[in-house]
Design a protein around this ligand. Structure first.
Ligand SMILES: [Zn+2]
Length: 465
């Protein structure tokens, strides 16, 4: 399998450290607000990577953190604390905020059939490990302490900037003037390992004892500490959004390699953003959508997953209501084809042809993970003259990567009660009584099913997610 490695800026052959178990770390959500569809794209991409590795025969150990402390509104330690700000805004405690948005996050990822990581670890439950790591960095002469914080001194780490390709001198240039900066901070790119509960953070509600006084950890140290705890010093793949490259991931490298004295991550895997109507998603533009907005439009959450399959992870993806509706239709079409494929028992053997589809599917995956191409192979296979049975076998196999729950759709039984309602609706439509048919559709939806109208007054029922 070949993967693009941000560190080398090249597509490389993937060689795991231990061939029998791939170690994978993902920077998880900061749980101070609703996870939106942009986040969902990121986690679908992670999921596709993991499923692809498994499909190609690897075992995977996947760790993801939950940032529930220390992430300020600026990734470079500037501004307010995101969690404290969220708590103030919603008039809840920080702990309530964390619980609420963590639950929301997993509710959304479950609806998109994203496999949960093997280990999900909260930063606040690993303060001890972070303190130990800061102590080691201090012993190695890589830190300094001011009245306000303990910082990592990037000037002592000569390879700082290797991931983003920015030179250290570039990173050290003048501090930003528009935000608060500790007057004793030496270099602009130095970052906090530990914030003391003084000054701007005197009222910080989350705090712990440490050798540097009461306080809380900086954002970056959690990933270094937890990745090492659960996956060891040197890991295979570390994933995250491209926005993490210049600050968060550079800092993770500096911290981890500052402790272990050797390479931390072999493959840095970064995905691009999701745009909405070709614009950056933001609350002020009113184009900040969550999964609830998708459901309100009567669109199956898995249609969002299907939409994300259509763009390569290193490209910008674009969401429009038109594109999600088209994806919803595409997915329903796929389900309709599956429902119509009735395997017969007396089919001839046709391994050659099916093998060529499998081979092309695998090749697409192995070539820096070309999911859109793999999806095209699946459609081509469905339109081929393979037997129904073979088509279903192949499609369900491919769906181990796509994760569209296609086998569930074909196996599920629709209750009689729902079918009756659908028949009544069909009659109402025939009589052009559209208010009645609308009412019945709502009733069917409320009972957890969706109904799709097909040609010749036929319909198709399926469970809603
Ligand atoms: Zn991280």
């Amino acid at each position: 399998m070949k993967l693009y490695n941000t560190l080398s800026r090249k597509i490389e052959e993937f060689k795991p450290i231990n061939p029998s178990l791939v170690t994978l770390y993902t920077c998880g959500p900061t749980v101070y607000d609703y996870s939106h569809i942009g986040h969902m794209r990121a986690y679908v991409v992670n999921d596709l990577l993991k499923r692809t590795l498994k499909f190609l025969g690897y075992k995977v150990k996947h760790v993801m953190n939950i940032t529930d402390v220390g992430h300020l509104t600026g990734d470079d330690d500037t501004g307010e604390d995101k969690l404290e700000k969220g708590a103030k805004k919603t008039k809840k405690t920080v702990w309530d905020v964390v619980k609420f948005f963590t639950d929301y996050h997993f509710k959304s990822t479950d609806a998109l059939n994203i496999l949960r990581p093997d280990i999900i670890c909260a930063a606040t439950e690993h303060i001890k490990e972070m303190i130990e790591m800061i102590k080691k960095l201090t012993t190695n002469g890589l830190t300094y302490e001011t009245k306000e914080a303990v910082y990592f001194d990037v000037s002592k780490f000569p390879t700082y900037g290797k991931l983003s390709g920015q030179s250290l001198s570039e990173k050290l240039k003048g501090a930003r003037q528009d935000v608060y900066v500790d007057p004793k901070k030496k270099n602009k790119a130095d970052f906090a390992l530990w914030f003391k509960r003084v000054g701007r953070f005197a009222d910080h509600s989350m705090h712990w004892q440490s050798p540097w006084g009461e306080g809380f950890p900086g954002w970056h140290i959690e990933c270094s500490a937890m990745s090492m705890k659960y996956l060891g010093e040197n890991i295979d793949i570390h994933t995250g959004g491209i926005d993490h490259i210049p600050v968060h991931h550079e800092n993770e490298i500096a911290q981890s390699e500052g402790v272990i004295g050797k390479q931390f991550v072999n493959y840095w895997f970064h995905y691009n953003f999701l745009m909405v109507d070709n614009q950056k998603m933001s609350k002020s533009l009113g184009n900040f959508y969550t999964l609830d907005d998708i459901k309100k439009h009567n669109i199956d959450p898995l249609a969002l997953r299907y939409l994300f399959l259509q763009s390569h992870y290193r490209q910008l993806a674009n969401f429009t209501w038109k594109s999600i509706e088209a994806a919803n239709e595409g997915l329903n079409k796929l389900r309709a084809i599956i429902a119509d494929l009735k395997p017969s028992s007396n089919e001839s053997y046709e391994s050659d042809k099916s093998q060529s589809f499998t081979q092309r599917f695998n090749e697409a995956l192995a070539n820096d993970f070309q999911i859109p191409q793999a999806l095209a192979v699946a459609w081509e296979m469905l339109k081929s003259d393979l037997s129904s049975k073979k088509k279903l076998d192949l499609l369900f196999d491919f769906d181990r990567v796509f994760g569209l729950k296609l086998d569930v759709i074909s196996k599920e039984k629709i209750p009689e009660e729902i079918i009756k309602l659908a028949e009544q609706r069909k009659l109402a439509r025939k009589n052009k009584n559209f208010s009645k048919s609308d009412e019945l559709r709502k009733k069917i939806n409320a009972l957890g099913f969706s109904i799709e109208d097909l040609e010749n007054n036929k319909f198709k029922l399926k469970t809603l997610n």
